[in-house]
Design a protein around this ligand. Structure first.
Ligand code: AMP
Length: 171
């Protein structure tokens, strides 16, 4: 297995004091690591019957569409409020300070969809949880949840729905 962990950059106090930001850009910029990470992220789901990948704005768009393509699945963006042009579903979630929300086009997922939710990093799990609620609100099924990086000590995984969860790089 390539050494993703060595290439992952930790930026202290970004975007605010006290946050150790996990920066994937050096992994993505290296052609061999990028390809290997994609392969690693796709591998657990090849026989899971995934029909769609829902990627979370914004860094869930770095790898989500490529994962979808390798799985032969569609890609559906979960976006910040007011960005999607057609009729949307919305789920709000708590942040450290205040609240945020994610939206999904109401008609992007057929009810038979088996969805893989993807984001770059799981910290407390609130963002991915909101994305899962959106998929369910659309009448589709969350078949799994995928992260490039898991910040394990925050135990966000334990707050997610009871479906298979994969993270390629644990920190
Ligand atoms: P959470 O909802 O707490 O799991 O936070 C996950 C979301 O915030 C993801 O969309 C991440 O991109 C971002 N995020 C939170 N903490 C970090 C971190 N330490 N490094 C990079 N991204 C983070």
């Amino acid at each position: 297995m390539p050494d993703f962990l060595s290439a992952l950059r930790t930026v202290p106090d970004f975007p605010k004091p006290g946050i150790a930001f996990k920066d994937l850009t050096p992994v993505l910029a290296d052609p061999a690591l990028f390809s290997a990470l994609l392969g690693r992220l796709v591998e657990p789901w090849t026989d899971a019957g995934i029909t769609h990948v829902v990627g979370i704005e914004a860094r869930g768009y770095w790898l989500g569409p490529a994962i979808a393509d390798r799985l032969g699945a569609g890609f559906v963006p979960a976006r910040k409020p007011g960005k999607l042009p057609a009729a949307t579903l919305r789920e709000t979630y708590d942040l450290e300070y205040g609240r945020d929300a994610l939206e999904l086009h109401a008609d992007d997922l057929p009810s038979a969809a088996r969805v893989l939710v993807h984001d770059d990093v799981i910290a407390t799990g609130g963002t991915a949880r909101a994305a899962c609620r959106l998929v369910e609100a659309a009448g589709a099924t969350v078949a799994g949840i995928s992260f490039a990086v898991e910040i394990a000590f925050l135990k966000g995984r334990a707050t997610l729905p009871d479906v298979p969860i994969d993270a390629a790089i644990e920190v």
